[in-house]
Each structure stands twice: as C-alpha cells, then as structure tokens.
Design a protein around this ligand. Structure first.
Ligand SMILES: C[S@@+](CC[C@H](N)C(=O)[O-])C[C@H]1O[C@@H](n2cnc3c(N)ncnc32)[C@H](O)[C@@H]1O
Length: 272
C-alpha cells in the first residue's frame, strides 16, 4: 500500500525544498508521493514525518542530496533547443573570435544534469574553431545539485536515444561506440568540461574569470518569480559585459527586474 503524505508533512517538505532550493513543489503532491512512496516503504518508514526527520538529521548531507535527486527532473539530451546553437554558431562564436585577443572562452552550464548540454557546447566550439581549436582555451564549468547525474556526466556514456539530434558526422568525430546502443564522448571533449556540485540558491563562488555565456535551461521551471529574479541577477554579476544568458524556451525572466537586454526568445545579454 502506498504511504500518503499528510497536509502537515507535505507543507514541511514543500517549505524546506522551497527555502533551500528555490523549487516550488506546492502543486506536486502526486509527484512527491509517486517518487518517494516506494523509498519510504523500502527503507521501512511508516510515515513521511519520520522519513523527513531522518533526512534533516543527517549531517553528511547525503540524504538531502538523494531526496533532491528524486524530486528534480533530470531529463536532457544532446543539442536540445537547437535555436540556441544556431545563435552560438552564427553570433556568439564569431563575436568571440573577433574580440577575444587572449583566445579564452568561459562557459557555464548551470543545472547541467547528466552532461549532454555542456558536452554539446564543447562540441559546438570544436566544430566552429576546427583546425584552430587548439589555439583556443575553452573552459566549460558544469554544475548541478544532484550527485547522481554528475556521476553519469563524468562517465560520459550515452544511449543513442539522447543523441538523435546529432549528425552522424558529429557522432563519428566526437564519440566512441561502446556497443550498438551506447557511445562515450571522446577524451578531447571530456577534458574541457569540469563538473561540480553546486546549489543555485547559494552565493556564486566562481568569480576568477567572468563568463562569456551562461546556460541555465529548464532548471528554473519550478522556481518562483523572486527566486528566478535573484538567480538571474547573480548570474549577471559573474557575466562579462556583452556576455549572454540562455534560459529554456519554456521559461521567462520578468521584464524590468534585471539589467539584461532581451535579444530573442530565451536569449539575454548583459550590456557592454
Ligand atoms: C531538466 S534538467 C535540465 C538539464 C539541461 N540544462 C537541459 O536543459 O537539458 C534540470 C536540472 O536542474 C537541476 N537543478 C534543479 N534545482 C537546482 C538547484 N537549486 N541547484 C542546482 N541544480 C538544480 C536538476 O538536478 C536537474 O539536473
């Protein structure tokens, strides 16, 4: 029998997740019961109160991370939202080529899930620069709160299903087939991406170099308006003047609440 969550327990969980992760689960009761019910049962908890007590008492933080892994949606794939990559190829990278005399590019994939997004970004840059790629120092930071997805990202092994948007030429050039179904991203691309655990509600520690582009796509879907504004304003502080922010096409940034210039759907720029 599935264990149901009481109003009080639901409120406690929703408040905790909102205050600590900015995610609004207030309309996700069925999802919560669906995703956590069998965990409670397997681990022998009779109700959500004792389960939550255990999670909040765990000083290592592992239990909270596991909880968040279950409650967040990690769905992603290569070359998602191709309009962003058209912009990258036709506008962003030509701009970089022209203006970056030191030949460095810093990208951040914030909420990178299992790595398809930052690896797509690295592949796009390799394709754009071609034989000049070695002269460029392209650094990609990729962060997520879920350790589980980051472990998968680091392995860089993907099912062909998530690679459907990639051309056969790109697959041949940047992946090694492991069997008929699975491919591993080649070392040359993997070594450019640094994966780290980071909760987007925390102060951004990555301040050594401003970012030329930040991807935060399909992450803020459950964030409330204020959390979203706070986050995109913190991104603003670590973007280079003229740098871009990409958000998911299903997401939006409230007008007038930030200094960004709207460029086109899901693309914003920090003015020079
Ligand atoms: C649907 S995936 C998006 C992946 C990729 N950006 C894309 O568009 O395909 C959303 C990711 O955001 C992460 N996430 C959600 N809330 C977060 C937070 N507060 N801090 C960091 N990552 C978060 C989830 O763990 C999940 O992997």
């Amino acid at each position: 029998m599935i264990i149901s969550i009481s109003d009080k327990e639901f409120e406690r969980l929703v408040t905790y997740v909102h205050d600590n992760y900015g995610i609004d689960l207030s309309r996700k009761r069925v999802m919560i019961e669906g995703r956590l019910g069998n965990v409670l049962e397997k681990r022998g908890f009779k109700d959500y109160s004792s389960f939550l007590d255990m999670i909040f008492a765990d000083k290592t933080g592992t239990e909270v991370v596991n909880l968040m892994t279950r409650l967040t949606t990690n769905h992603t794939y290569f070359l998602r939202e191709p309009e962003h990559y058209d912009f990258m190829r036709n506008v962003f990278l030509p701009e970089m080529k022209q203006k970056k005399k030191d030949k460095t590019i810093y990208l951040w994939s914030a909420g990178c899930s299992s790595g398809e997004e930052p690896y797509t970004n690295a592949i796009e840059m390799a394709e754009f620069f071609g034989s000049e790629a070695r002269q460029w120092d392209t650094k990609l930071l990729a962060t997520d709160i879920s350790l589980k997805v980051l472990a998968k990202a680091q392995q860089a092994v993907y099912h062909r299903e998530s690679m459907k948007n990639l051309s056969p030429e790109v697959v041949k050039k940047y992946f090694t087939p492991l069997d008929n179904e699975c491919f591993q991203v080649n070392q040359e691309i993997r070594k450019q991406v640094v994966f780290k655990v980071f909760n987007l509600m925390d102060e951004i520690p990555y301040r050594k170099h401003p970012f030329d582009m930040i991807f935060c796509r399909n992450v803020m879907i459950y964030f409330d308006a204020q959390t979203k504004v706070d986050l995109v304003n913190r991104f603003y502080d670590v973007l280079a003047p003229g740098g871009y922010l990409f958000i998911g096409h299903a997401e939006s940034i409230p007008r007038d609440a930030t200094g960004y210039k709207y460029i086109k759907p899901a693309i914003y720029q920090k003015p020079f």
